[in-house]
Design a binder for this molecule. Structure first.
Ligand SMILES: [Fe+2]
Length: 196
């Protein structure tokens, strides 16, 4: 059963009237090719990414399939522990780091699993020529939110950092890697706000 779920509004304007597609199921026949994805503009620029959220088998397990275009990257965010991100296709890398600390880079190939530790920032970069697709599995469904409250998480996208507020070195590194791979950068121009 597929539901369109209106998410709670927060004081952040971008969540106003936001609706996500949420699929209640106990079986997904073909995750790599599942195509009932909907545009997702809040975690990317417009037209860069598509997503479907899942509630699995009427229990606490949840997840999503996310696909984003070559030459794009997701905004940074963080949340509680336990999410497992399984790389299905595309090439690129993820960065994971604790606030104020040193992190690490994980290069992708299909089958790689990334599980960011509790409240570590993480960010995903598609620097290859094909679209990037991953499956994320985690605790906290819409029906049974658990401690990683799905609704609460959705209100602010997991303390998401907007492109305008991120370290400019992130985009520079990304663009350099795209160039090295002969990949066009498909990101909207950014004007950085003063960082605190
Ligand atoms: Fe995440």
């Amino acid at each position: 059963m597929q539901l369109s779920v209106k998410l709670p509004e927060s004081d952040r304007a971008r969540t106003k009237n936001r609706v996500e597609n949420y699929w209640k199921t106990n079986f997904i026949a073909d995750v790599p090719h599942f195509n009932a994805l909907a545009d997702q503009k809040h975690m990317f620029g417009e037209g860069r990414a598509r997503i479907i959220f899942f509630g699995l088998s009427d229990n606490t397990m949840s997840g999503h399939i996310l696909e984003f275009v070559s030459g794009s990257y997701k905004k940074t965010h963080r949340h509680g522990p336990g999410a497992h991100i399984i790389i299905l296709s595309g090439s690129g890398f993820s960065l994971v780091w604790p606030e104020g600390g040193e992190g690490s880079r994980v290069d992708w190939k299909p089958g790689v699993i990334i599980s960011p530790p509790d409240m570590w920032y993480h960010q995903h970069f598609a620097t290859g020529k094909d679209p990037a697709r991953h499956l994320a599995l985690r605790w906290g469904s819409l029906e049974y939110p658990g401690v990683t409250n799905w609704r609460k998480y959705q209100e602010n996208f997991g303390e998401q950092i907007e492109y305008e507020d991120e370290d400019p070195a992130i985009r520079e590194t990304f663009a350099r890697e795209c160039r090295a791979n002969g990949v066009e950068v498909r990101m909207d121009p950014v004007v950085y706000r003063t960082r605190k």
